[in-house]
Design a protein around this ligand. Sequence first.
Ligand code: ARG
Length: 577
Amino acid sequence: MADPQEVLSHRVQSALGAAFGPEYAETDPVIRPSQFADFQANAALALAKRLGRKPRDVAAEIVERLDVDDVVREVEISGPGFINLTLRDEWIAAQAQQILADPRAGVAVQEAQNIPIDYSAPNVAKEMHVGHLRTTVVGDALARTLEFLGHNVIRQNHIGDWGTPFGMLIEHLLDVGEHSEQADLLKSDPNAFYQGARAKFDGDEEFATRARRRVVALQGGDAETLRLWGELIELSKSYFNKIYRKLDVTLTDADLAGESSYNDALEGICRELEDKGIAEVSEGALCVFLDGFTGREGKPVPLIIRKSDGGYGYGTTDLATIKYRAEVLKADRILYVIGAPQHLHLEMVYGTAREAGWLDGGTTPIHVQIGNVLGSDGKILRTRSGAPIRLMALLDEAIERAGRVVAENRPDLDEATRAEIAREVGVGAVKYADLSVSHDNEYVFDFDRMLALNGNTGPYLQYATARIRSIFRKGGLTPEEATGPIRIAEPAERALALTLLGFGPVVEQVGDSLEPHRLCAYLFDLAQTFTSFYEHCPVLKAEDADVRASRLALTAATLRTLVLGLSLLGVSAPEQM
Ligand code: ARG
């Protein structure tokens, strides 16, 4: 067990039980990192109130029963009753050694849960915008991390592949010709195709009539209409996949579970909710009214599940979706990695599902809210003309900018190598920028900042790994050959080893809190701690062979942790930069 906080928690809890009776053995020992020692246990303060005694006396009694000699060098009571704990160097070294030998770098395997993750979910025949980019990147990082923690992750790409816009899209496809260049646009610039259809729909009454008739044919299951619809899906899929491959995202066609896949369930959903008395007809529409959802003047806000014309909408589909995920996929947690503005919608879907009993098997739905990506003007990022940004163009620009930096720094490398590095750095920079900010916060999209080689950026961390690899190249050994033994003498060695012990806990924390930015912050801290270690402690030039071996082992453990951590985020680490 390498997590010092967890080890100390157990030890303090045993002491609490021994001192005050078994009913106290579960008390939160309140272990926190400390300014004055490595950690402090603050349990005595809350406990003193409960026991009606002085906190310092309670602390003294805990310390008396505390059995930590193998782990802790120094125990000291300070202030009103804090217990300061300073770890033994040998213990830290031994834990770091274990982490080095552990292919999981100290990350425990958790009891497996079924976790469907709803992410990316672009709309067919429409541009994927930066919002879709962010759910794709955050969702994929969560999928990778939860999978690594041992969970059964079920990727669910809930693409928008159904609804009234398909009437105009199909008619437009027929007008331009299925095998035309215009239709081919769907594979590279879907927004242009969409805008073409939209313009005709808005300006041409005859077209609009055809489009509406086509919606009816689509819903009625007309074979030729369905074929054309399938054609639109195919073309869009190839666009999505291009983006996913460029982004190095793990989604494939097997993960597609679009809105249309729930069509057959919608009627049954409405019937079930009506039978259970959860849905009622109001002004011709079938609606669910939930307690606590009120709009202006306290008027109840409905979740409309069947419109007065008989049509189903986004809400109905999401109800069918949550039922499927809970009952068929047997989800323990369902993650909805979706824009923050959809929060109310999701809350109503969850509330309805709960009332219907669909979540009774122990399913917890969670909205991982995605904040907006803004332009430098503080508004949602768009092109100068106000059009949505083309994602492919955005990624290409990031790669091109990274390429300029690589060309400048590494004229010695051949062009193909430079191009590959530029791709990894450009894409890594964009992804890391999405991840390093708390997912529900907005942030301003800024190429210069995300591509900077200093600060909490993707390229900074990538560069840190490349630099460590070059240490090994210079030393004439591989990182795998650096096996220690790890020993600690210098404060900078101690700080680095202690930071390495933090990897397991932070990955577990990301799995619980679903906040990848915590892993980013950890990796940034690790890279900085390594830098100051490297400044203070010669590695290759260490005079003593044992010291050199130990420092090389710490260096190897750092590299492995950085690369593994980045891979959980979906960011690759080029061998050289
Ligand atoms: N296609 C939707 C959009 O672009 C997102 C769908 C999210 N998933 C869901 N189950 N509602 O806004």
